[in-house]
Design a protein around this ligand. Structure first.
Ligand code: PEP
Ligand code: MN
Length: 263
């Protein structure tokens, strides 16, 4: 179902009315985790100044350590919903439990499946039964074929609104947090009709590399990027080291703006 042999033209999906894919290059940005109204609205306000159409923010966080901040849960979803209303930005947020699908449906516009859950088949089926777009991240040790088969689970369950996302894979290299596999993007664009995004934030884990890798994402034919931003990264409750400040974000946008379109 994901194959270009079946459908030659690029799929276009909608996130709360914002069209993604099919020649648009779309930027999704926001904090790793929703932390407070002040934090979320501050970032959203900064993003609207750059006409960023879509806001990201985790309410349920799949953390490597059980002692790390696990997200605000429903309170985080409430904040995302109010940010959406205030700034007119549809929101993307991660789902980690199949039982949360109906609950989250009322708050968010796009379900993110995180790298750690790419092969959580019950979760894939749960979002496959919804009609909102799913941003499916590649598992950190998943092959491209496994990513495509994970997408197949979602579409086979009834939801064809899927975006694939390359977010870096585990290799022997330790200089970067992950190894951003841009060849996967070119390969996926060739083999599949689904929109393909790049996450340079988790893909590198290094703030200064987000800008060059975002430009590389444009060059390799990605349909967009999902980027982490925070007005005060030092105070961030997760992934502060890779969050772009307002100043970093302005530089990034100046560098990629010529390529950005959003419908
Ligand atoms: C995230 O987007 O904050 C996240 C946890 O991403 P990933 O699943 O790619 O690690
Ligand atoms: Mn993160």
């Amino acid at each position: 179902l994901v194959s270009r042999e079946l459908q030659a033209h690029d799929s276009v999906v909608s996130i709360g009315g914002v069209k993604v894919g099919g020649g648009n290059f779309t930027v999704i940005a926001g904090p790793c985790s929703v932390e407070s109204q002040e934090q979320l609205f501050g970032v959203a306000n900064m993003l609207t100044q750059h006409n960023i159409p879509l806001l990201r923010g985790g309410a349920f966080k799949p953390r490597t350590s059980p002692y790390s901040f696990q997200g605000l849960g429903v309170e985080g979803l409430e904040l995302l919903k109010s940010a959406k209303a205030k700034f007119n930005m549809p929101v993307v947020s991660e789902i980690i439990d199949p039982n949360d699908a109906d609950l989250m449906y009322d708050y968010i516009d796009c379900f993110q499946i995180g790298a750690r859950n790419m092969q959580n088949f019950r979760l894939l089926e749960a979002v496959g039964k919804q009609d909102k777009t799913v941003l499916l991240k590649r598992g950190m040790s998943a092959t491209i074929e496994e990513l495509l088969l994970a997408a197949e689970y979602i579409i086979n369950a009834g939801n064809s609104n899927v975006i694939l996302c390359e977010r870096g894979i585990r290799t022997f290299e330790t200089a970067t947090r992950n190894t951003l596999d841009l060849s996967a993007v070119a390969y996926l664009k060739e083999k599949s009709h689904l929109p393909v995004f790049v996450d340079p934030s988790h893909g590198t884990g290094i703030k200064s590399l987000i800008n060059p890798l975002s430009r590389a994402a444009v060059a390799v034919g990605a349909d967009g990027i999902i980027v982490e931003a925070h007005l005060n990264p030092k105070e961030a409750l997760s992934d502060g080291h890779q969050a772009l400040t307002a100043e970093d974000f302005a530089t990034l946008m100046a560098d990629i703006k010529p390529f950005i379109t959003a419908a």
